[in-house]
Write a new protein. Sequence first.
Length: 344
Amino acid sequence: MIKTVGIIGSGSFGITLATLIASNADVYIYSRNPKTISAINDDHFLKNTKLSERIIAMDDMAKICEECQLIFPVVPSSAFRSMMKNLSKYLTPSHILIHATKGLDYGDKTVKDLEKASFVRSDIHSMSEVITQESSVVRVGCLSGPNLAREILDGKPAATVISSEFDEVIDKGKKALASNRFFVFGSHDITGAELAGAFKNIIAIASGILGGLDMGKNLQALLITRGLREMIQFGITMGASANSFLGSAGIGDLIATATSTNSRNYTFGTRLAGGETLQDILDTSDEIIEGLRTLMIIHRLAASENIKLPITETLYQAIYEGKDIKQSIAWLMSYPTAPDVDFI
């Protein structure tokens, strides 16, 4: 039995995990925001959701690490390394960390470095790599899959994948999360799960643009299919197996994120297609749009490594270089595509 589970991060998905875990164990959730802590502890209500009294919020990382062997870090990729540096002071090799962050890290480089300098694969890190780089923790996992937070908070059924080299990590993650409305699969290809979870946000933005322009489901389906091919091509280059992208953490997550208005990346795309500027959308978004940062990282890495990713390249030009969106779509439609299926 798992008595208490820790969560670092009180955003939408942190709260979502807390509600799932509360069916099986007590939950300590870390937040720096006093209003969030009060809403959880006093009102038992946050994100338009009634919360279990088994969920206790606090701003004490040391207590969470002392009381919880199993911890789920759920913070944006841009803050993940600094969070791990703070958390690592209280972690030991006996801890198990399963992160749920769908993004990439580029070390100590700034955004300006990213815009100007070329870099190679070794400059880019997954969140599991950041955990092992910044702490003494060995048993690490990644949670990924079609997990739209709003649907889960509304009580709708879903499934996820916990990927780890260690069976113990998968087993303990299942015990913490599994219920009659949430099924947990296991996988040992953590690299594939992390890359799929990051890359699909790029395709979700592009799909949102098509949705915002009312281009129809035929073109949207084509984009998602060709986007899956780009995900697999990139993943193989980065050392993942193609099979990892054909399961729940790959195509499953891609379909959910690239077709739902509950996806913040998809919604960003629809708003951009509606004529809002990048800065206006960022200024009025409640949470970070991970796909934008991932787009910048993968665009630069693909250029350095000579990886052909036409959707990624076109989307980068439309968002960061001011290329007309409709012209971008026309260019993609005329792009000389590779065979329909060449990755199995």
